[in-house]
Write a protein that binds this ligand. Structure first.
Ligand SMILES: [Zn+2]
Ligand SMILES: [Zn+2]
Length: 662
């Protein structure tokens, strides 16, 4: 099987490629500086440089498909999609022929043209197939929005109409409300704030809203938020009706249906990733801080509704530190905690404002200097804080109800569960000689967790993710996947893609600190509970003092595992001592063994058993050389049967795919 076939059988669809494909090929061509000619044609061809289709045909040599997803040159017959167009432009050859570095060149070029995102941390962690990611994405309900004809309906002129309202007689009540909150005209103008006036059939004003446009990176309005203006209900003139609260307008937030949910304040973000980003709970709070003199790195969640969109978190991911200026109440505590969990508690501080929120501070005349002092004094969120004992009531109940939860997650093997007390948080070192099947074993462990819905990440520095996908597919299909039909393969891959297993899209050397960052990202953003690292050697590659490098890596991984409460499964290759001494590998054979013995929570050695010598079928002995858990059995030896075609392990031969067929 050659490489092209493999790629075709198992499409690893990358996010940036998907992003480029969202553009019509003519948009891509235009971005590349090519010229649009009549009848959807484009000139010149990046393959043959022809500028015309023929001597008597003045159309461009390239024709774009009506669906915008493909192109073809009628002079040289080259063809492809939008990504290929960029690939031809950069390396004069289609994407599928490129090596890894050239591949990255195409991505860089596309990112420069604004056709995809840059190489960010999120793009490095891939689901096994792209199906899962798609399901998670929150697309605006365009159909609903099309049918919507209410007062909050979006139009390109909505922002201007609302601004005109605000500064006309109609907007007086809204203006007075904003003035009473301490906002100055310059702030309202800078943020393009306006007023939305809702009238009934007779032209009488019945509702009034502050309109706050959500601006994109280029300060262009793309969405609109509306906040009700408090006061007497105009529907009933204060008599009380179903729309109000005993005659008073209810505090409500609305937004224009079907519009993109851009992060509020995104235009204030600069490329300076070391500068703190201030996050407020609502739009008015962000505007209040702006008026107080904070002009950069000022963003807000959406007050009154919902959680943080994945895209917003992606936008903020590159920044080093965040100050959460959330309301000083229970809802604010909850909101701050939830966003900090996603951004990383170690990167977040919480500011305690002198009044409930930033807008209240503005109204109460808090000075810029006071606000700066308050934000500077923001406290790290890492500290556990003081809680009363009864805060643990639920957790205690859980333990009583499910005594099994004291133990780890099941491995999918009763033998392993008994020997190790289940898969528990901590550093698990896996070793064994070259043929012992360390990678197959850890792949199987990961797949079993994924099948149980426990999210996790696999990293391999020895193979591209496609190699790992093949191993997983083999296990999923119970054998050689090339023996199945393409349809069966696609179905199996879709099944794998629906599992919460993420692959680190990396190959070769990776800075150790970067790996730690990626792991904590996977835990925060993908809820990973386990991580497989294949293998230790790559983490200390190029270290001046290898032994010290190993000690450092092992210690940090063990600490991270405890801190994040995840299982870190680390493959280590042994030295050759066991071969010369003609015995099985031991944990003590590993380089840096003293650190591993001291810091690893579990150390297991795999040994392949050949049929005929004590076992009737292919099997692997799992030696538990070290186990810190009181539920495990240090010194135990578990025999797992091993299906070499499917790379699947089981307690009995009959439970393996191969064994079950006979
Ligand atoms: Zn051509
Ligand atoms: Zn009313």
């Amino acid at each position: 099987m050659n490489h092209t076939q493999q790629t075709k059988a198992l499409p690893m669809i990358r996010r940036w490629i998907e992003q480029i494909k969202e553009h019509d090929v003519r948009e891509v061509a235009q971005a590349l500086g090519m010229t649009m000619k009549r009848s959807r044609s484009i000139s010149p061809c990046p393959g043959c440089n022809a500028e015309k289709r023929g001597s008597s045909d003045s159309r461009g040599p390239i024709g774009a498909r009506p669906d915008g997803q493909g192109w073809k040159c009628f002079v040289c017959d080259r063809a492809g999609d939008g990504v290929d167009l960029i690939s031809y432009d950069v390396h004069s050859t289609p994407l599928r022929t490129l090596n890894r570095d050239q591949f990255d060149d195409v991505r860089k070029r596309a990112a420069d043209l604004g056709l995809c995102t840059r190489d960010d941390i999120a793009s490095k962690i891939l689901p096994v197939s792209n199906t899962r990611r798609k399901r998670e994405q929150t697309k605006p309900k365009v159909e609903d929005a099309k049918n919507y004809n209410g007062p909050f309906k979006w139009s390109d002129s909505l922002t201007d109409e609302c601004i005109n309202n605000l500064w006309s007689d109609d907007g007086q009540a809204v203006r007075e409300y904003l003035l009473s909150r301490g906002f100055e005209d310059r702030t309202l103008k800078a943020w393009k704030v306006g007023a939305l006036i809702v009238r009934d059939r007779n032209g009488k004003t019945v509702e009034q809203y502050v309109s706050i446009p959500v601006l994109d990176k280029h300060e262009k309005p793309v969405n609109m938020r509306f906040r009700s203006v408090p006061g007497k209900c105009l529907h009933c003139d204060g008599a009380g009706c179903r729309r109000c609260d005993q005659g008073e307008v209810k505090k409500t937030y609305r937004r224009a249906p079907g519009r993109p949910t851009t992060l509020f304040g995104i235009a204030t973000l600069t490329e300076d990733h070391d500068k703190d980003v201030i996050i407020t709970e609502g739009e008015l709070d962000a505007m209040a801080l702006w008026q107080l003199g904070f002009r950069e790195h000022l963003v807000s969640g959406t007050a009154g509704a919902g959680t943080w969109a994945d895209e917003w978190l992606d936008t903020l991911e590159p920044y080093r530190h965040f100050i959460l200026a959330y309301d000083d109440d229970a809802a604010g505590d909850k909101g701050a905690k939830s966003v900090a969990d996603k951004l990383g508690r170690d990167r977040c501080s919480r500011a305690r404002l002198p009044h409930n929120d930033a807008a209240d501070c503005l109204r109460n005349g808090v000075s810029e200097q006071t606000m700066r002092d308050v934000l500077d004094a923001a406290q790290p969120l890492l500290e556990a804080g003081l809680v009363r004992v009864d805060a643990f009531a639920d957790e205690l109940e859980d333990l009583v109800q499910n005594p099994g939860s004291l133990r780890g997650l099941t491995f999918g093997s009763m033998g392993l569960d008994a020997a190790l007390g289940g898969l528990r948080p901590g550093l698990i070192v896996v070793t064994g000689d070259t043929a012992a099947g360390k990678t197959s074993f850890t792949n199987w462990v990961g797949l079993e967790q994924g099948r149980r819905g426990i999210p996790g990440m696999m990293t391999s520095f020895e193979q591209r993710p496609i190699g790992q996908v093949q191993k997983l597919l083999r296990a999923e299909m119970g054998g050689d996947f090339t023996a199945f039909t393409e349809n069966q393969r696609r179905t199996a891959l879709a099944r794998l893609g629906s599992l919460p297993i993420y692959l680190l899209d990396h190959y070769g050397h990776l800075e150790f600190e970067e790996l730690l960052r990626l792991i904590s990202y996977a835990v925060r953003r993908r809820d990973a509970r386990w991580v497989i690292i294949d293998h230790l050697g790559f983490l200390v590659d190029g270290a001046e003092d290898e032994r010290r490098g190993i000690e450092n890596a092992v210690r940090k991984l063990a600490m991270l595992a405890v801190q994040l409460e995840i299982s870190v499964i680390l493959i280590c290759h042994p030295n050759n001592l066991s071969i010369s001494q003609q015995r099985r590998v031991r944990i003590s054979d590993l380089k840096g063994a003293s650190a591993i013995r001291q810091d690893a929570h579990v150390g297991i050695v795999l040994e392949r058993l050949l049929p005929g010598r004590g076992v009737e079928h292919p099997a692997t002995a799992v030696h538990v050389d070290k186990c810190r858990s009181e539920f495990g059995l240090q010194g135990a030896r578990v025999v797992l049967f091993y299906d070499p075609e499917a790379c699947v392990y089981a307690d009995t031969w009959e439970q393996t795919p191969m064994g079950s067929r006979h």
